[in-house]
Design a protein around this ligand. Structure first.
Ligand SMILES: Nc1nc2c(c(=O)[nH]1)N[C@@H](CN(C=O)c1ccc(C(=O)N[C@@H](CCC(=O)O)C(=O)O)cc1)CN2
Length: 295
């Protein structure tokens, strides 16, 4: 039986650590870090995620600001709101919940967010910094995966890691972070030949392909660690269920450690958003101090 990597428990620890650091930050600088969350439209899942983000932000002691725009809002109106948040000194982190309604340009809005307030780590400048191995605001889901992996391994150096999926939000930043940890990283995707054979060599498999229960027992080396990023709603036995990209029932007896769905990577995403907001507030305060000193 594999060791279950408990995302609920680890994320709670991240939340508690961040809350303590936020309190210390406030004492030191007299500033409450602010997180602005923008929701466009009424997608039911997005509403739940935004509600949870606001709740968690309040829990860690952030100044939580929520903006809701109608599904019909124009690109111009969304750009204007982001511009206002970019210049608001009370706001240190900005997050626009994705996906956006189809008529809005996601790439344009991500690029409009000030890179220093981009707590999602999706801005091209933050993506570039991560690729160069520089300190930056890192996408929350891959950051959460690394924190989970570090509860399993003292050192990730030299591990063979395979990332399944090449999205900008998870697959690509995940590979960059594993590389920073000195893993030997292979990315596989829908066009990869012999994907199963490649995965079966891995010490660490991160599945982020968005296909329910796609990864099965034959893909996994005995004793490997499996991180399942997928959250797929399916119907089974007449009931709606959430499953990952990994067939948990067949993989769990083979792996040494595995994340469940739900209760695995998902809660880490929101906890890491809180951590990133504090990181953003710290570097903004530091940058202002340096500007002041330089005259
Ligand atoms: N701007 C962003 N948009 C989106 C992101 C993101 O990181 N930034 N990620 C996802 C959605 N997401 C956060 O926004 C998210 C998804 C899932 C969970 C989570 O805790 N899931 C639970 C199950 C929830 C359920 O019961 O439905 C779990 O896995 O245990 C948190 C956050 C897309 N958009």
């Amino acid at each position: 039986m594999a060791f279950l990597i408990d995302g609920k428990q680890i994320s709670q620890q991240v939340i508690e650590d961040t809350a303590a650091e936020v309190a210390e930050f406030q004492i030191t600088y007299g500033i409450k870090p602010g997180l602005a969350v923008v929701l466009v439209g009424e997608d039911p899942a997005s509403q739940v995620y935004v509600r949870n983000k606001v709740k968690r932000a309040e829990e860690v002691g952030l100044n939580s600001i929520e903006h809701r725009l109608a599904a019909t809002c124009s690109q111009q109106a969304l750009n204007k709101l982001v511009d206002e948040l970019n210049t608001d000194p009370m706001v240190h982190g900005i997050l626009v919940q994705l996906p956006l309604p189809a008529h809005l340009n996601e790439a344009e809005i991500i690029s409009a967010i000030s890179p220093e307030k981009d707590v999602d780590g999706f801005h091209p400048l933050n993506v570039g910094a991560l690729a160069c191995g520089e300190a930056s605001l890192v996408p929350c889901t891959p950051l959460g995966c690394i924190i989970m992996l570090k509860t399993v391994y003292e050192d990730l150096s030299g591990k063979n890691a395979v990332v399944i999926g090449r999205s900008n939000i998870v697959g690509k930043p995940m590979a960059a972070l594993l590389l920073q940890e000195n893993c030997t990283v292979t990315m596989v995707h829908s066009r990869t030949k012999n994907i199963e054979a490649v995965c079966s060599q891995a010490d660490i498999v991160v599945a982020a392909i968005g296909r329910p229960e796609f990864v099965s027992a034959g893909w996994i080396k005995p004793g490997a660690t499996v991180i399942d990023v997928g959250i797929n709603a399916i119907e089974r036995d007449g009931r709606r269920r959430l499953v990952g990209d990994v067939d948990f029932t067949s993989v769990e007896p083979i792996a040494a450690a595995i994340t469940p769905v739900p209760g695995g990577v998902g809660p880490m995403t929101i906890a890491c958003l809180m951590k990133n907001t504090l990181t953003a507030a710290r570097s903004q305060v530091l940058a202002r101090e340096l500007e002041r000193e330089a005259g």
